[in-house]
Design a protein around this ligand. Structure first.
Ligand SMILES: [Ca+2]
Ligand SMILES: [Ca+2]
Length: 496
């Protein structure tokens, strides 16, 4: 094995020249090997430790290990630990697995160890159960001047001094003069509204930064802590948040660097509202009104931020409201004319906008009244629907409709007839008063009938002439019906 060493060293020199970027200021820091040692087999499931003292403050990023594997081996666990008093501690500053090593090998740490000049650390290696092959390590007798001993973890877990040194080199990014703790930022993915509220859910990124220092070792968070954390070591930590939902959240953060310089916890508060408002409309009459209809918009908000504004548009077919549309003012409510609708949506103080809603049209003013009138014919009475201009009573005022027909056309052999009353879209009460006239003279009066007519329905009221009334009929007699409706917007009357 000794005769292989010159070749190994040549390989190392080439590797160093090619793998250490000058920009990272990576320097060879400690070295134990003169290249003259012999290779010793590492047993199964044993732990060795080599203490060493760095020559710089900085990040230990790479090891060069004078180790080789022969045959089929399981990975070697390689760690850097503090070793105060030359005894390896339990804390692991950096760790990497070495799968195999055909010759001596560079091993880069994915997360480097922060180390202090002249403090004592340990390179700790642990082998697995053999799978047929062996690991061998170059060991020499006391050849490393800045560290001392090889230790072996005995069966009782204690460390025992050995007379040899492990062959190794360390490479560092020197970081001189780091006396500052890191700073931690909590960055929201979006900007807050002018109100200070964020639309939710809000994505946040918690990040510690040590600037030109040795690097962040750990970042801790406290979310809505009952009492503010006083230091990095305060209890009650939570996983650092990534998404904040509705509510007010106070996030304390603090980071510590590899030199155990800790930032004091900093607080940041986020008020998040991801729930859109909800708005309802009232004031639109179910029927017609004489006056234009004053509209009330009632907006409510969940999520915490509250209503910022309710915007609306008015018209027969209003466009969707925008931020530039009129703002609802309860002291100056919008008014709908006949056929107009209101289209509205509210925005909360976080900027959530509800889907807009369009009302039914208002019915204002007097609708042309549609009634059915009889047209006497030679044999029977025809009915036609005509539009009768009305002088202006609103729906609630009674209306009177009068129809007549020749008795001989209207009455069958049973001397019966009926009056059908409809009240359009509204309900009404109808009082039907028939009489029999000859010319202008009333020769018989029938008992009036009052009926309730449901909205959208028609009511048929039947009448039969008494024997005495029939006696009053003559060839020119007419049946005249007066229908008084109350509450109808558009009554229709049919005599048949
Ligand atoms: Ca620092
Ligand atoms: Ca809301």
């Amino acid at each position: 094995m000794r005769r292989l060493l010159p070749a190994l060293l040549t390989t190392v020199a080439v590797a160093l020249a090619g793998a250490v970027p000058a920009a990272e200021a990576q320097v060879l820091d400690q070295t134990s090997s003169s290249g003259s040692g012999g290779y010793t087999v590492i047993g199964d499931t044993v732990t060795y430790a080599q203490t060493f003292r760095p020559g710089h403050d900085g990040r230990l990023v790479r090891l060069h290990l004078y180790v080789t594997s022969v045959g089929n081996v399981l990975p070697l666990r390689v760690q850097i630990r503090p070793a105060p008093g030359n005894v390896p501690g339990e804390k692991v500053l950096a760790e990497q697995l070495l799968a195999s090593a055909p010759s001596s090998v560079d091993l880069d740490f994915a997360k480097p160890a922060a180390v202090r000049q002249d403090a004592t650390y340990a390179l700790v290696i642990t082998s697995a159960t053999s799978s047929g092959g062996v690991w061998r390590w170059n060991m020499n007798n006391g050849e490393y001047s800045r560290g001392d001993f090889v230790y072996r973890l005995g069966s009782m877990g204690s460390w025992t001094v050995s007379g040899f040194d492990l062959g190794f080199r360390t490479f560092m990014n020197a970081v001189p003069g780091d006396t500052a703790p890191p700073t931690t930022t909590v960055t929201p993915a979006t900007a807050a509204a002018p109100s200070g509220w964020w639309r939710g859910p809000l994505t946040v990124t918690v990040k510690g930064d040590d600037g030109p220092g040795v690097g962040v070792d750990e970042t801790r968070c406290w979310v809505n802590a009952p009492t503010p954390p006083a230091s990095f070591g305060a209890p009650g930590t939570s996983p650092c948040p990534t998404v904040l939902t509705d509510g007010e959240h106070t996030v304390h953060t603090a980071s510590i660097d590899g030199f155990e310089q800790a930032e004091a916890p900093q607080a940041r508060t986020f008020r998040v509202d991801g729930t859109a408002p909800s708005t309802t409309v009232s004031g639109i009459a179910s029927g017609r009104t004489v006056a234009p209809q004053e509209i009330t918009l009632s907006a409510g908000d969940a999520g915490g931020s509250g209503i910022a504004a309710t915007h609306y548009e008015i018209g027969p077919d209003p466009p969707a409201p925008t931020a530039g549309s009129p703002v609802y003012d309860p002291a100056d409510k919008p008014v709908l004319q006949d056929g107009e609708r209101i289209r509205f949506a509210s925005t909360d103080r976080a900027g959530n906008v509800e889907p807009d809603t369009t009302s039914v049209p208002a019915q204002v003013g007097v609708e042309p009244r549609v009634v059915t009138v009889e047209v006497p014919g030679p044999v029977r009475t025809e009915t036609r629907t005509v539009t009768v201009p009305q002088p202006g009573p609103e729906a609630a005022e009674p209306a009177t409709t009068t129809l007549s027909a020749r008795a001989r056309d209207l009455l069958g052999s049973g001397h019966r007839f009926s009056v059908t009353v409809g009240c359009g879209r509204t309900a009404c009460r109808a009082t039907v008063t028939p009489e029999i006239r000859v010319g202008r003279r009333v020769v018989a009066r029938l008992k009036p009938v009052t009926a309730t007519v449901a909205a959208g329905k028609a009511k048929r009221v039947r009448f039969a002439l008494t024997k005495a009334q029939r006696a009053k009929l003559s060839r020119s007699a007419r049946v005249r019906v007066t229908v008084r409706t109350e509450g109808a917007a558009a009554p229709s009357v049919t005599l048949g």
